[in-house]
Design a protein around this ligand. Structure first.
Ligand SMILES: C[S@@+](CC[C@H](N)C(=O)[O-])C[C@H]1O[C@@H](n2cnc3c(N)ncnc32)[C@H](O)[C@@H]1O
Length: 288
């Protein structure tokens, strides 16, 4: 069988479905990439066309597993250790100190990497927490979630090839051990880190996380449409402790998304912070 072609009308249907399921909004230019990445699935299922594949994803009794495969194929999973270093320095030097002061009584710290991909961001945060020395003897949890099971398998294995270390300053090498398969994260760092498979649009599942002190949601919402972005930001806002921080990627902002956060002017960066007294203000500036 020759590979099927993804016609513009079929692409529009698939794009709508992907948006509905995961928040991701594919651009017109993505059509050929989607064709290349998903034609293998159309052939594997012995379907006659992308339209039949769309119907399968929507209505087939075994659609759930196929939807996961399709989403895995269209997500961008690029990540690496110590990505956007100036922001991480500001986080370590200023945000962690503030969080230590806020949580002094409960002596617990929870950080969340929302859309963590293969886990480098989660372990980076754990290393910064460990190095800061601010939370010794505390209950520390660093949590990562992703919509793709495949990337989470890599995250849980915690062993990485050289490309994951391309931006890591050499001073952090001591948190890894060399193995024949690559560099493995130190067990003490790993013990702080946990992973979960869920969709950021699944508000009920997100709420199960409990309250967190800071969220990194970097390079995830850039692929979303505005309405989905607003929905996720609302859910993230709800998860944060008062005075908790939201860190976005360097090209991202909450402009046109939410007015509920205050801007935290760090010396080396800007971050968003949930106000100490939240009153009834909701993201978007509406009163509830
Ligand atoms: C480009 S990676 C970002 C990784 C890391 N945050 C960073 O900045 O290096 C984006 C990740 O978001 C995940 N993702 C996309 N949509 C999602 C959703 N609706 N729920 C959970 N994860 C999602 C993708 O699977 C992908 O692994």
């Amino acid at each position: 069988m020759s590979p099927p072609r993804l016609e513009p009308a079929e692409f529009r249907l698939l794009r709508e479905l992907i948006n509905e399921l995961a928040g991701i909004m594919l651009s017109d230019e993505a059509r050929m990439t989607v064709e290349r990445k998903l034609s293998e699935r159309v052939l594997a299922l012995r379907l006659p066309s992308f339209h039949a594949y769309y119907q399968y994803l929507r209505y087939h009794p075994q659609r759930k597993a196929e939807v996961e495969r399709a989403l895995e194929a269209v997500t961008t999973n690029e990540t690496y250790f110590f990505r956007e270093l100036p922001q991480l320095h500001a986080f370590e030097r200023e945000v962690l100190v503030h969080l230590r002061d806020c949580a002094r009584v409960r002596r617990s710290l929870t950080l969340w990497s929302a859309g963590c991909s293969t886990g480098e961001e989660v372990y980076t945060l754990a290393i910064l927490v460990a190095r800061s020395g601010l939370f010794t003897g505390w209950d520390v949890r660093i949590f990562g979630n992703d919509i793709s099971r495949k990337v989470l398998q890599v995250a849980r294995k915690a062993t990485y090839s050289e490309s994951s270390f391309r931006a890591m300053p050499s001073e952090f090498q001591r948190y890894f051990v060399s193995t024949p398969e690559g560099r493995a994260v130190d067990p003490a760092i790993r013990a702080m880190c946990h992973f979960g498979h869920f969709n950021l649009l699944d508000e009920a599942r997100v709420a199960m996380l409990g309250r967190v002190d800071a969220i990194f949601c970097r390079n995830v919402l850039i692929y979303f449409d505005n309405a989905s972005r607003r929905r996720v930001i609302q859910a993230l806002y709800d998860r944060l402790q008062p005075e908790g921080y939201l860190m976005l990627g360097h090209s991202e902002s909450l402009l046109n998304t939410s007015t509920a956060f205050e801007l935290a002017h760090l010396r080396g960066d800007l971050a968003y912070r949930k106000p100490a007294r939240t009153g009834s203000m909701r993201p978007g500036g509406h009163s509830s």
